[in-house]
Design a protein around this ligand. Sequence first.
Ligand code: BAL
Ligand code: ZN
Length: 854
Amino acid sequence: RSVKRLSDYQPPGFTIDSTDLTFELDATHTVVTAVLELRRLDPQLTELSLDGQQLQLLSLHYNDKLLAANEFDCTSQQLRLKVTEDTFRLTIRTQINPLANTALEGLYYANGSFCSQCEAEGFRRITYYLDRPDVLSVFRTTIIADTAHYPYLLSNGNKVEQRKLDNGQTLVCWQDPFPKPSYLFALVAGDFDLLRGDYQTRSGRMVALDFFVEKGQGGKAAFALDALKRSMRWDEQRFGLEYDLDTYMVVAVDFFNMGAMENKGLNVFNSKYVLVSEDTATDTDFFNVESIIGHEYFHNWTGNRVTCRDWFQLSLKEGLTVFRDQEFSRDMGSATVNRIHAVQVIRTAQFAEDASPMAHPIRPQQVMEMNNFYTVTVYDKGAEVIRMLHTLLGEAGFQAGMRLYFERHDGQAVTCDDFVQAMQDANHYDLSAFRLWYQQSGTPELTMQRHYEPQQQRLTLRLNQRTAATADQPDKAALVLPVRYQLLDESGNKSGLFVMQEHNETLVFDGVSAQALPVMLEDFSAPVRLKHDYSEQELLRIAMEASNGFARWDALQSCWMLWLDQAMHQNNDFRLPDAFFELYQQLLKLPLDDKALTAELLKVPEYHVFAENFQQIPVDAILSAIHSFRQQISQRLAPELKACYQQHSVVAVEYNEMNVGIRALKNRCLDYLALHGQPAETLLLQQYNSASNMTDKLAVLSACLHSAHPAFFGLMQQFATEWQHDVLVLDKWFSLHAAQPSAQVFEQITLLCQHPKFSWQNPNRVRAVFHAFAMQNPGQFHRMDGRGYQLLTDTLLKLDPINPQVSARLVTPLLSWQRFDLERQALMKAALHRLSAQPGISDDLYEKVSKALA
Ligand code: BAL
Ligand code: ZN
């Protein structure tokens, strides 16, 4: 199996000036005619090699000449031919089978519609092509299909022709004026509800906004349509960027590997990130829709107008666009809570990836299957790297860098270095040392030690940074770390930014009292693990006194780690300190203005948050400590929890920052109150039956799940009856069942897989069950009898031939086998060996499994 390396990059020897595609759509026999105008860039080359995958070649013309089979070389992966002219035309006719395409890459047929997904290398499943992002071409796309079944025939750009043919078919032609790489090509054909809107850009142009969704679901796209308008306005105001086509189309489909895809002018979305209404979607779903609608829209400039030279540069567009969508969400809702959630992703999933056999820098250096690198490292750590640039340069400097980047590179395929260079040149700020973030993997550990000299009233902070070796890189150098700090003392809070460059540095504060408390890494100003020497008392003081909400939350996170450690050493006789209960009492009686933040402060961290602090994860000890912490809170604070719950129990249904915060707080209280067993039942049933929105209904079910409340099964049955017609809602029900922390879950999952709405072909269904089981049910997944690992392995063996992208994502929790005790290690390793012994295992799964076993 072949590995591609960044160091082997060669510019393309040929380019394709124009791409004219005709699709004669048929579920099993689609014929694609590609007319490509090619140009030789490297005069030395005499052979052209086009990428292909699972294509049946029908005919090939060179200019007007039909080539005989012996005049070219065609394998399942490549089409090669000798070339003598500098410019020439190829006409390639291929046949494909969209119905058989269960991998959902290239053109596929599912749920009665045709849909495409070409990023990263799916276009080569449509026709032979130079399927690489640095070949930009102007596309014209003609689609011919049966009118009755497929009234909407969509592709990128502007519609330039539409006519009925004699045979009951329609022909539609699209022209995209912007040259683009093949990964941004899209085609959709089907019958949909169409929700239309429009938007006037700041320069006064009208843009038609068209949302195509499943029949009968049009009303559920209204929020997404508004979110799109908000995104367009925000990008104009904050980044000065305006939309460039006359139409912006979004199609929501139920069969989709990813969240969404930014194809030029024709975004394709997983329906779960478009279709929301208060009765079917939670506040989190609403948040995700707004943020992903924003993300895909922002790609129009950061990704489409300026794209990646090669796939190793993926973070060029993804890190930057995640940064942009995070900033958008922050401006739309609670800035602090949004930051908390983003940081949790880094501290759990991304730090876990750094510690795993799949560790890689945000710009990976070698790849077997590109689909495996759409990772939390490339995306979310990539966004943290952009955020550090923003912190170093400030908003004005960062925006100056963005302007220079577009000035230099609009219409080009470029590298991460080009981006950093634009930031550097626009600000005359030397970023040469900073660039190491792009090539070094791993989680830096920043250690802080305090030293106070009373006579001089001087506080010295000794800072040390160290990055442990990762699976991919043994040696690590010092990174540039922007450390935001705040000093809490009687004279008020001092804040500042310290830019650390070396392994060891000191930061000195003069004229401060012995009580002065430095809060470091405010707002998580660098993606590092901070080790500090705060006492419990000091942490609780930060949690109470810091003006920065993030710092308060973060101090509590550190407290939880201390308490977990104590609980583990005291065999769970450990009691949470009184000062903690006083803080919680205060929060429950007088919640902050930002109720969503109060709800976060009142939360015992989840298993994965605790787990990421251990090299060897003590699964059972963590789970039993969490159980004990929750019990103690629910018992000690019962009256306050109940009062807070009641005080916030009536809240308007509409999704907005205030209502979301109140619901979060109320449901946090409910989650603890459910632990009261029988007495809580009335409360739970009352909320379930009176809830007018999905957030409140689901909160009851998850509170019952967390507390193993007997009301769970009855309510789950009721829920299934109510929502059997709506697959997106049923996915929540699938996940709750799969997260059930008892051995019953195994029989339950067997039943779920036989459910009429379950399908192995549908990634949402599969993830709803198995992602929930492997990631949200640590007790059962990590059972000492190995039954959890076996279930996941059986699932992967079944799934891999159907959809390798989904199987390769689901395998993740098995890869980190070395982080568990010896018994579990042996079981997990055996599971990985079972996978690797499977004949025909996909490259996607093979790359991960083989790294884990190396
Ligand atoms: N480009 C793949 C989907 C996304 O990141 O928007
Ligand atoms: Zn993206």
